[in-house]
Design a protein around this ligand. Sequence first.
Ligand code: SF4
Ligand code: SF4
Length: 106
Amino acid sequence: MAGETITRDGRIELRQRNEKWQNPPLFIDMLDCINCDACLRHCPPHFGAIFNHGADVVIIPELCSGCDKCLPVCPVDCIHPITDGAADEHAPNDWWALPLSDHDPY
Ligand code: SF4
Ligand code: SF4
């Protein structure tokens, strides 16, 4: 419906960001990440964008508002905005199983 705020469930279903989000989504540089899960615990549940994916910790860009709440808690400073092709702006297909599974931490 026009003007209606899409919920997280809606974003998961449509695989789309909220058009009103001004900040770019973030991504995790997996080469530096030490898999401590601190970011995952600090992502607000109504965004719920960070997941354990096998041995990796990943951010689904379409669920990430760019609120930056995860940034200060990362001990190795490996979370960055997706700008100028720094990373893919769309989650790979298999990541979309994460928020729909028992592994959804939110
Ligand atoms: S920027 Fe906000 S929404 Fe995006 S992953 Fe970090 S805490 Fe979650
Ligand atoms: S807080 Fe940083 S090091 Fe820890 S899991 Fe998140 S991205 Fe990786």
